[in-house]
Design a protein around this ligand. Sequence first.
Ligand code: P1T
Length: 386
Amino acid sequence: MKKKREIQFATKVIHVGGHPDKETGAIMPPIYQTSTYVQSSPGKHKGYEYTRSHNPTRSRLEECLASLEEAKYALVASSGLGIATLILHAIPPASTILCSDDVYGGTYRILTTVFNKIHNIIFIDTTNAKTVDKAMKEHNPYMIWIESPTNPLLKITDIKKITSLAQKYNTLSVVDNTFMSSYFQKPLTLGADIVMHSLTKYMNGHSDVVGGCMMTSNKSFYDKAWMLQNSLGPSQSPFDSWLVLRGLKTLAIRMEAHQKNAIKIAKYLEKHLKVDHVIYPGLKSHPQYAIAKRQMTGFGGMITFFIKGDLKKSKKFLESVQLFALAESLGGVESLIEHPAIMTHASIPKKVRQSIGISDNLIRLSVGIEDCDDLIQDLEIALKSV
Ligand code: P1T
C-alpha cells in the first residue's frame, strides 16, 4: 500500500492540538480556565495537578507548536523574555554565551543586566562565520544565541553554517525565530538545538497576547526548562494559550499576505527620494539575500529603512502616518511603525546602538495585511510632510 502522505504546515496549524472535544464534540477546544484539578486519591490524577505545571489548553498549544518546528517537545511561557529566562537558567552557571550583536533590546537588556551576573556574555557578529569560528576557539562557549533575521537591522546568519560550527565545538545553539515565524524558517531542520519565539508576534498574529515558546528535540534540555518553568513560575494562562491556538490557524495565509505587502512596500521605499536606504531580506540589495533565499521559504513582513535626515525629520514622519500605528511590537495583522533608538532598543547604550547601526534616522515597519495601496498612500503622505 502507498505510504500515507504526512500532513503539511497549513493543515498542521489547524488540526494538530485542534481535535474536537471528546466529551461534547465541540469543534473548538475548551478553555480549561482552572487553577487546579481534582484527585481521586492523594497523588492519583489524570496528568494534571496545578495549572502552573500543566494545563490541557496549553498542552494542546504545545503539541501544535512542536509539530510546526518539527520538534519533539515544546514549552510555552508567559512571554518571549520569559522563555529566554528559562533557556538561560537551564545551562550551568558561569557558562560562556556568544550572542548575535544585533538583537531585540529586551534580549540585550536581560543579557547585560541579569544574566551577565550568572554567565559570561559575548556579543559577536554571527553573520560572519570566521568571527564565530575564532570566538568558539578562543572562548569555548556553552551556548550560541542567534537571532536571524535580527531585530531591527534584519541581519541574516547562515544557520546551517553556524550550527555546524557549534556542533564541532560542542556548543548548544539557540535560534530566536520570532521574525520569520515557523512558517518561513525552521531552524531545527537547519541544525539548531533549540528554537524560540515571542508568541506575541506573528505566531499569535493579532496583538492581543503576550507569550513565548521554545521547541527542541533534546529531551534533557526540555525537562530542565519545564522544571524551571514549574519552579520559577512564568507559565502562560489558559486563555492566552487558547488565543494563540486560535491565531495560529491562519499563520500560513497571514505570513503570505504580510510578505506580499512587504515586498511591494520595500520596492516602493527603495525608489523614494526621501529614503536613504532600505533593508528587507527579499531585496537583492540585502547583503545576505542569497542566504535568506536558501534558508527561508519567504522573506517576512519586517522592513527597516533609513529616512534622509535627522531625528527631527524621523519624528515628523512618525507623527504623520495614520494607518501605520506608532507602537512597539510587530507581527500583528495591523501595520505598525516605530523608532528603534527611542522605543524598542532604548535599553541599548547609545554608543553600542551607534556602533551596530541603530541610528536616529532608522525606522522599522511591521507590515500588516491591509490593502497594500492604502498602506503606500499612508507612507507617501507622511513622507511628503517631511
Ligand atoms: O515581548 P516578548 O514576548 O517578551 O518577546 C521578546 C522578544 C524576543 N525576541 C524578539 C526577536 C523580539 O522581537 C521580542 C520582542 N520584540 C518587541 C516587543 C519589538 O517591538 O521588537
